[in-house]
Design a protein. Sequence first.
Length: 250
Amino acid sequence: MTIKNAGTVIVEKPLLKILYQDEYLVAVDKPPGLFVHRSFMDKDEIYFALQLIRDQIGQYVYPLHRLDRPTSGVLLFALTQDVARLMGQAFSERKIKKTYFALTRGHLLNDGVIDHPLKEKLDDLGDKNVSRAKEAQSAETLYKSVAIASLPVPLGNYTSVRYSLIKCQPHTGRRHQIRRHLAHLRHPIIGDINYGDNKQNPFFGEHFGFKRLMLMAKQVEFIHPVTGLDILIEAEFDEQWQQIFNVFKW
């Protein structure tokens, strides 16, 4: 929320929705457009998920994984260094199950595993000293078509605009993995300015009245590193997602 006061724009400090909290872990619902933590790309940003949740709960937090700035959904932090280490090990051993939902271009009707190696995605500034000669890394994403829809509006060479709701579970954690894998299938995510469709993205923004990456981290499942309990943390689809569901009658 922004408030103008004597020509100055004052940005109200966001309040993150806490999805799960105990004495060892806390999870929040990260809105799209929010960085997880400070980086070289954030010079104009005021707020970050790490600082916001730290201030909300009044204690230091340890980020356990990352979500791209435009991606929304479940973001998990540890509250102690020991738990951060245990959870980091669980992530590296692929014992934590993450489920995403994406709205893609076209009708993607089947399900399967995208097994497509990816070159490490480097930033020109932040990774300027990292070798570009590194081999592509293995990358696997399980995907399933959940629903499809069409709008009777011509666009480009097509007589209608088609969409799919895709459930994705990455087995590896490469940067932009889901975004790059769906683009590899020729079904890029709507709103993806890096790998998306330069006709579909503007049309979507004009037709639905908002622009964002339509990718959401819906669930995180794992065995609690201290209690041993099965934990399932889930975020709800926000108003913009619900708008899409209403239009498509999903």
